[in-house]
Design a protein around this ligand. Structure first.
Ligand code: FAD
Ligand code: NAP
Length: 339
């Protein structure tokens, strides 16, 4: 394990922001992780835990230790008549894991194809797409408590998963580093294809012929047609969460904007499509420095011209203000801002 001073993180965040960490280290197992945490504690350094860097905004240089969690391995740890249980190292790439499961015809991850980043970050915001969330396939995780360096298990209920949210973004923020995640996957057909775009893409395939592979192919095709690839256009995916409002507020909004796109979100609540709000506030293509609102998908802010984290945040603030002025709706940022 080598601790490197003054390390540029530009290639380690999908917004390609050229911020530096005071120190950087890659850890491959719990002994290395523990040693890195000891180094940080002795130097009183703040921590930046890194996976694939696809859900962070580096607003400035990071004045502490950036730890890239590289724990590897995919292991079948249990199996019964209906399910397999796979324990996966936090450093495994998420989409590679999806592909691995497709190879074994396990059902559960296909809707979550092509989400950038690593397995260890997936529980942080309970990643979700096309009607499936991590919590639907989650069994348990292992994590090292930063303070004590003791490894503990979290069962599903303890993670308090919610829409793009978990206990690790709230009460236990910055308290644990996830080292392994165990997933519970179906051995027999279990498709989740009610999400409109996916249903439409699969309409010509008879239900009996659906496989995790052809569902994944459809998801990849829809995503690739719509979302900019970070390698081509640096971005962090959806920059804002879809806001959830009361049904009453939604009805008031719909009186004024009859075409507003929204979905039921549990008792008494409605989820608004943030992309619609941004687009209909006329913000597509809006720019601040090197940052712009993507012209095809308004929920994505891009760093097209080597902008800084501050450009991104200035643009995000402007979008939030304009959306609030127009609809009285707060947009909450999804990526986490450092330092
Ligand atoms: P990072 O960006 O490295 O980290 C994100 C946060 O998690 C940070 O706060 C970090 O400290 C913390 N973290 C990372 N690893 C660990 C660990 N081992 N232990 C503790 N904390 C950790 N998200 C979705 O939910 N659905 C999507 O469909 C989706 N599509 C996307 C498409 C694009 C083009 C992009 C760029 C992003 C998309 N995202 C999506 C967001 C992002 O890919 C996910 O949130 C992903 O899980 C982030 O993984 P990461 O490894 O890159 O995390
Ligand atoms: P889309 O299909 O254009 O739909 C727009 C929004 O409407 C989505 O955000 C989705 O919410 C919601 N929606 C659509 N149909 C729904 C239904 N039947 N029930 C409930 N909500 C519905 O979305 P998109 O931008 O192309 O993204 C496709 C999927 O990938 C979405 O699930 C999205 O969350 C996910 N994605 C996430 C990120 C990220 O960074 N977080 C980036 C890219 C894509 P949900 O977001 O709640 O699904």
């Amino acid at each position: 394990m080598t601790i490197i001073p003054d390390y540029c993180l530009q290639h380690l965040n999908t917004l390609a922001i050229a911020a530096k960490a005071k120190f950087f280290v890659e850890v491959r197992d719990n002994d290395e992780l523990s040693a890195a945490l000891k180094f940080a504690r002795e130097g009183q350094l703040p921590l930046l835990v890194l996976g694939g860097g696809s859900n962070i905004v580096l607003a400035d240089d990071f004045p502490g230790l950036a730890i890239m969690v590289k724990h590897a391995g995919i292991e079948l740890v249990d199996e019964d008549e209906n399910f397999v249980y796979l324990q996966v190292g936090a450093g495994e790439n998420w989409h590679n894991l999806v592909r691995y499961c497709l190879g074994f015809h396990y059902w559960g991850l296909e809707n979550l194809s092509l989400i950038p980043g690593n397995v260890g970050a997936a529980p942080i915001q309970n990643i979700g797409a096309y009607g499936v969330e991590l919590k639907d396939v989650f069994s348990e995780l292992r994590a090292m408590e930063i303070q004590s360096r003791v490894v503990v298990n979290f069962e599903k209920d303890a993670c308090e998963f919610a829409y793009r949210d978990s206990i690790f973004k709230n009460r236990f923020r910055d308290r644990y580093i996830i080292t392994h995640v165990t997933l519970k996957l179906h051995k027999s057909p279990h498709n989740m294809i009610e999400y409109p775009a996916l249903k439409q893409a699969l309409a010509t395939i008879p239900e009996a012929d659906l496989t995790p592979q052809n569902i994944s192919d459809a998801v990849c095709e829809i995503r690739s047609a719509k979302l900019p690839k970070p390698e081509d256009i640096p971005n962090a995916g959806s920059f804002f969460k879809n806001p959830i409002v009361s049904n009453e507020d939604f009805e008031n909004l719909r009186q004024r904007y009859p075409t507003v796109v929204a979905y039921a979100a549990g008792a008494g609540h409605t989820k608004l499509a943030a992309a619609w709000l941004i687009e209909h506030a006329g913000l597509k293509g809006e720019q601040r420095g090197g940052a712009s609102v993507h012209k095809q998908q308004a929920l994505v802010l891009t760093n097209t011209q080597q902008g800084s984290g501050l450009d991104l945040l200035a643009l995000a603030k402007y979008v939030q203000e304009r959306v609030f002025e127009q609809y009285a709706v707060n947009l909450e940022m999804e990526p986490r801002v450092y330092p």
